[in-house]
Write a protein that binds this ligand. Structure first.
Ligand SMILES: O=C(O)CCC(=O)C(=O)O
Length: 300
């Protein structure tokens, strides 16, 4: 199975596996050490299978109701159609409702994840209320970037959790991390203090193709075949993106990225509360996922 990014095949010599951490065999210091050493922590199967399945099916049902997933919708196969705009006046309202599904929130903002971040931060943690649920159909991928420009306005003590709801094989666009990128001084310099919403003349996306980026820096593109319930946790300067979903069976990739921070750090009001505005203040409507599955994405 080929790993593709923007239509280009990633040479196998550039690819390597993400290092897996066993949560049950790691103490809090081990977790902190792994995050510092690798810039990420990759955990397998940390959410109860039934809970993940329930959330996935509740989300798929909503996508089926707007005719974007074919029947049986539990398979998650993109239909190529969409009635989203015909049935809902406001894309933001639609996606906010999908993102509010109880079975989803039980996982993203439930105790299991929160406790893991409490262990990592070594102080009580809290998950952002504004979450980035992503239903990703064929031909799409997320451009390479780091998360600092989005989430560090109030505190730098923020971590991303990329949580998996479907089988994400290499052809379904898994997340990748550029090995050791959290230690690249030029990246830190360039993105420290950068705010996507304020510094409009600058982009979060790193325009160099990940293949060239990894080659020039003599490093690797790390990824994995993810399973429902797996999670990848990483810091604000870890350069990452996703491979392209080019699966022949038209199955979508369903994942959600959630941010966590210590409870006692200042909160960015854009991401907390009943009606968070998100990065630009435009709410859930600003997300690529608010677009019908058969529509192209924007680049930030
Ligand atoms: O899932 C994706 O497409 C992108 C995820 C991402 O960039 C993130 O979690 O920060």
């Amino acid at each position: 199975m080929d790993a593709l990014i923007d239509g280009m095949k990633v040479p196998t010599s550039l690819l390597d596996n993400l290092y897996e951490t066993d949560l049950n065999k790691s103490n809090n210091l081990d977790l902190e050490f792994t995050l510092e050493k690798d810039g990420y922590i990759f955990l397998r199967n940390i959410i109860d299978e039934k809970k993940i399945k329930q959330a996935r099916e509740d989300i798929f049902k909503k996508l089926n109701e707007v005719d974007e997933l074919s029947n049986p919708f539990t398979e998650g196969i993109a239909s190529g159609n969409s009635n989203r705009d015909k049935l809902f006046n406001d894309r933001g309202d639609f996606w906010k409702n999908v993102s509010a599904i109880k079975s989803l929130r039980r996982v993203t903002n439930g105790k299991k994840l929160e406790n893991i971040f409490t262990r990592i931060f070594k102080t009580p943690s809290v998950g952002f209320d504004f979450i980035f649920l992503r239903a990703v159909a064929g031909g799409k991928f997320t451009h390479m970037h780091c998360d600092a420009g989005f989430f560090t306005r109030k505190t730098h003590k923020v971590l991303t959790c990329w949580l998996v709801f479907t089988e994400v094989t290499i052809d379904r666009g898994p997340l990748f991390v550029i090995k050791n990128s959290h230690k690249f001084d030029d990246i830190k310099e360039k993105y420290n203090g950068f705010d996507v919403d304020k510094h409009k003349n600058k982009k979060a996306t790193i325009s160099t193709h990940p293949i060239d980026f990894a080659k020039k820096r003599n490093t690797k593109i790390l990824t994995a075949e993810f399973k429902p319930g797996d999670a990848l946790i990483f810091g604000m300067y870890t350069v990452h993106g996703t491979l392209e979903n080019h699966s022949k069976d038209n199955k979508i990739r369903l994942t959600c990225d959630i941010r966590f921070q210590p409870k006692n750090e200042p909160k960015d009001p854009r991401y907390f509360g009943a009606n968070p505005g998100g990065t630009t203040g435009a709410g859930y409507g600003e997300l690529n996922s608010a677009r019908p599955l058969n529509e192209d994405w924007h680049i930030r």
